[in-house]
Write a protein that binds this ligand. Structure first.
Ligand code: SF4
Length: 244
């Protein structure tokens, strides 16, 4: 972010969840969500890239990004209670949890688990969302990794535009670029609506469609202040589609 640019008001106005006491949690923990997979791996993206993390991938998504690499999460998934997921996550022993999808915020009843993992277990919880659902349902202490869809995804019109006003310094915006048009839209967004954003800005190239080196050249030529990311897990385990 440019030095000396004051963040505009309106960033990060998510509510702080009321803390669940044990009785509330016992009640909420019976709630069931549909799960695609739960695994322990290395975080491949964002400011947590390279850090061991537990991944909870929830099933279902209403978007159909042209380059989606987790289409297997569109299926119905298996039913798990929040109590079961709490146990499975703690069993992995990681300090970090990434809740992803599919679109995890389609299953709003997962929110008490997010709160429980943070407030009761002291874990770092990041929630990756495709951007079409209201992110303000999440507790302020959860890090939001918000996809902002670009034209090449085919889903740009499906975004909830209010979400950009709901994220703050603990959160990250993720821009996945498939061609020069996408890049220019992303660049204009960074220089416009995202100017002064206090969180992280991530940009990556669509695997197999745009060379990361080409994207790096564009970023440098335009002096964009952001984090270029490569999907680390795809380099560590090439060809693996699940569980990484
Ligand atoms: S939002 Fe995510 S899971 Fe849904 S189609 Fe797009 S890339 Fe795939």
């Amino acid at each position: 972010m440019s030095a000396g640019v004051a963040p505009p008001s309106g960033w990060g106005e998510r509510r702080r969840c009321e803390r669940l006491d044990e009785r509330d949690w016992r009640e909420a923990s019976r709630s069931v969500v549909k799960v695609s997979e739960l695994f322990f791996s290395i975080q491949g993206e964002g400011s947590r890239a390279g850090l061991p993390s537990t991944f909870l991938r929830l099933s279902g998504c209403r978007l159909r990004c042209r380059w989606c690499d987790t289409t297997y999460a569109f299926g119905p998934g298996r039913s798990e209670s929040l109590a079961q997921l709490e146990t499975q996550i703690l069993t992995q022993g990681a300090a970090r949890v990434c809740i992803t999808g599919g679109e995890p915020l389609l299953q709003r009843n997962v929110v008490p688990l997010v709160d429980r993992l943070i407030a009761h277990h002291g874990l770092d919880v990041a929630v990756e969302t495709g951007g079409d659902q209201d992110v303000s349902i999440l507790p302020r202490e959860a890090a939001i990794i918000l996809d902002v869809k670009l034209p090449g995804s085919g889903m740009q019109q499906r975004m909830d535009p209010e979400n950009l006003a709901r994220i703050g310094s603990a959160d990250e915006v993720k821009l996945v670029v498939c061609d020069r048009e996408d890049y220019e839209v992303a660049r204009d967004l960074i220089r416009g609506r995202l100017r002064g954003f206090p969180g992280g800005i991530l940009m990556s190239a669509v695997h197999g469609e745009l060379e990361a080196g080409t994207l790096a050249d564009w970023i440098l030529a335009d002096r964009l202040d952001l984090r270029l990311q490569i999907q680390l897990h795809k380099h560590l385990w090439p060809g693996a589609e699940r569980g990484v």
